[in-house]
Design a protein around this ligand. Structure first.
Ligand code: GLP
Length: 245
């Protein structure tokens, strides 16, 4: 594959969260019934912190937005603070003046995660697909929980987590960490109308370089996004530090 490199928008670290928050609030103002897929993890946290105020300032709400969860751990009880659904509720949804029209998450407590993935995709298809997917970047190049080795046509499914993803979950506070998760598939992410890939901090510099300047390969799932015509990469200067420029 010979997809062109996608130039990132590079923002000074001190301004990064404000800029991305303003861009997201403006996107919601422009399309109040957005179907918006959101990640968890440390990268989007400062955006979620700022978003309620940014929406207030613009006089818009998320009351007509459908929020879709990007991925979820398996084996953690409902309400566990590291569960992705709990994180997103705590960091954003519960802090909004008006709750979103819907919050679609994986039914991982029903005992059949593979069936939950099928149901999740069906729900998304029923509302017309995803308008905007916002993504963090795993230290190994994963997208959601699409770990290295994921081809472009991989659909929403159960995933065995790699050691580095398990270690990240342990650092977030799940000890012992989960071994499996469910994730929106690479195929469903690539089918979204628009994708924003976010990367911050020096620790993401090497993998962001691989994603944007290395070969487009299933070994680095983030690199597969370069084939998406609606991709924006928004990095802070620390994460962009190793790029050829
Ligand atoms: C986690 C999640 C991803 C997240 C990524 C980066 O394992 N499954 O959805 O985007 O890794 O996390 P962080 O933003 O904390 O670096």
């Amino acid at each position: 594959m010979t997809e062109a490199r996608r130039d990132p928008e590079v923002v000074p670290a001190a301004e990064w969260a404000d800029e991305v928050t303003e861009a997201l609030a403006a996107r919601i103002a422009a399309q109040p019934d957005l179907v918006l897929c959101l990640p968890t993890g440390s990268t989007p946290e400062p955006i979620y912190e700022r978003l309620p105020d940014a929406l207030d300032r613009l006089g818009v709400s998320m009351a007509r937005v459908t929020v879709v969860l990007l991925d979820e751990y398996l084996g953690l009880p409902a309400g566990h603070r590291i569960r992705c659904d709990s994180q997103l509720r705590r960091q954003l949804i519960d802090r909004l003046d008006a709750p979103p029209a819907a919050f679609l998450s994986f039914d991982v407590d029903g005992g059949d995660p593979a069936a939950a993935c099928v149901a999740f995709d069906a729900e998304i298809a029923a509302i017309g697909g995803l308008d905007l997917v916002i993504l963090g970047l795993g230290m190994n190049g994963h997208i959601g929980m699409n770990e290295p080795g994921t081809p472009t046509d991989a659909s929403t499914r159960v995933i065995e987590l790699t050691p580095s993803t398990m270690e990240a979950a342990r650092q977030y506070g799940a000890d012992p960490p989960p071994k499996y998760g469910v994730t929106l598939g690479m195929a469903e992410i690539l089918a979204a109308r628009e994708v924003w890939l976010l990367a911050t901090g020096e620790r993401k510099a090497a993998i962001l370089r691989e994603v944007l300047e290395g070969p487009v390969t299933a070994d680095v799932p983030g690199s597969l996004l370069r084939g998406h015509p609606g991709l924006r990469v928004i990095a802070d200067d620390a994460a962009a530090d190793s790029l050829a420029g």
